[in-house]
Design a protein around this ligand. Structure first.
Ligand SMILES: Cc1cc2nc3c(=O)[nH]c(=O)nc-3n(C[C@H](O)[C@H](O)[C@H](O)COP(=O)(O)O)c2cc1C
Length: 318
């Protein structure tokens, strides 16, 4: 593939730009937090112009060392990770990563996490006016002991987190929810009521793997988050459910490896799609997805991606 080179599409090629609140993205594809570092790690491998936005690894107020190794292990059709939200802290990011990212002229979505509502508010205050495009509020990490997932499973706590952040910034707020199998509708409605611009669905699925020879957990943290193609069908169902529960825009994540996987997400109601685990095996996936999505739209006579979003036909075939 031609990393760094823009592919030529005819002038009348379908429109794949998307709008999420005030965010205007030239492409619906973006990396999922934690799988693309702070962007420059993929220099030379990725055609950045195929990205609609860059979502960076989760940031906290202070640096965080994460969990001890081993922190990742492969599973059939996916991987388990318990990185534990390792990051250099928001101030380091602002000084050392953001200037480079801003030069790309791609919207930067900053994923943040805190142990308390006040920490989310302080992060929002710190990032307001920094030049980032939006904040993705990670309220769903399965790999930390405190905070994180609690805010993503209790609608009251979620409302409080979103409102506390909104008091500090008018940046778009995008809570990232866990793959809840039962309360999705209530959580999505809570996010919308609290003033979120969009939601991201889903974070990785809590899971565990055992090293049979050693009779020990494969991960030092014992449990971790399952990601990759193994979780795609779970995520499709949750995005479909969320889209029926609320008109809030959805950024879908979970197991996208092919354009067909992404198109499934659009059909059930996602406006944009994040790609995580597949980047590790196919760093050039973004260019391929863009090309294949355009081909699909052309062949299906759609002039714009928005015509596909939420176009699921639920009636049985006549
Ligand atoms: C190694 C690794 C690190 C991750 N770190 C974060 C993180 O810092 N914040 C976050 O919200 N999600 C994080 N995630 C979850 C992904 O952003 C994504 O929601 C999940 O992996 C599902 O997408 P995928 O199947 O395409 O990987 C991480 C996932 C992986 C595999």
């Amino acid at each position: 593939m031609n990393a760094g080179k823009e592919r030529a599409f005819p002038k009348d090629s379908p429109d794949i730009s998307v709008r999420i609140g005030p965010l205007e993205l030239r492409s619906p594809f973006m990396p999922a937090s934690g799988t693309f570092g702070y962007g420059r790690e993929y220099r030379g491998l990725v055609d950045y112009r195929a990205l609609g936005a860059i979502v960076v690894k989760g940031l906290s107020l202070e640096p965080c060392p994460g969990n001890p190794p081993p922190r990742t292990v492969e599973t059939p059709c996916g991987m388990l990770n318990a990185v534990g939200l390792q990051n250099p802290g928001v101030d380091y990011f602002l000084r050392n990563h953001l200037p480079w990212l801003r030069d790309l002229e791609i919207p930067v979505i900053v994923n943040v996490w805190g142990k308390t509502i006040q920490e989310y508010a302080a992060l929002a205050r710190r990032l307001h006016d920094s030049g980032v495009a939006a904040l993705e509020l990670n309220v769903s990490c399965p790999n930390v002991k405190a905070g994180g997932v609690h805010f993503g499973t209790d609608p009251r706590a979620l409302r409080q987190v979103v409102r506390a952040a909104a008091e500090q910034t008018d940046l778009p707020l995008i809570p990232k929810l866990p793959p809840l199998l039962h309360e999705t509708a209530g959580m999505v409605q809570a996010a919308a009521e609290a003033g979120a611009t969009a939601i991201t669905l889903v974070n990785s699925v809590p899971a565990m793997k055992v090293d049979v020879a050693r009779r020990r957990p494969a991960l030092a943290a014992v449990t971790g988050g399952l990601s990759g193609p193994a979780i795609h069908a779970i995520a499709v169902r949750l995005v479909w459910q969320a889209a029926r529960a609320s008109p809030i825009p959805i950024i879908a994540a979970g197991g996208v490896a092919t354009a067909e996987d992404a198109i499934e997400f659009f059909i059930v109601g996602a406006s944009a799609v994040q790609i995580g685990t597949s980047i590790f095996t196919s760093p050039r996936i973004f260019g391929d997805l863009r090309e294949r999505l355009l081909k699909y739209l052309l062949e299906s006579n759609f002039s714009s991606l928005t015509q596909v979003v939420g176009s699921l036909v639920e009636k049985p075939e006549a």
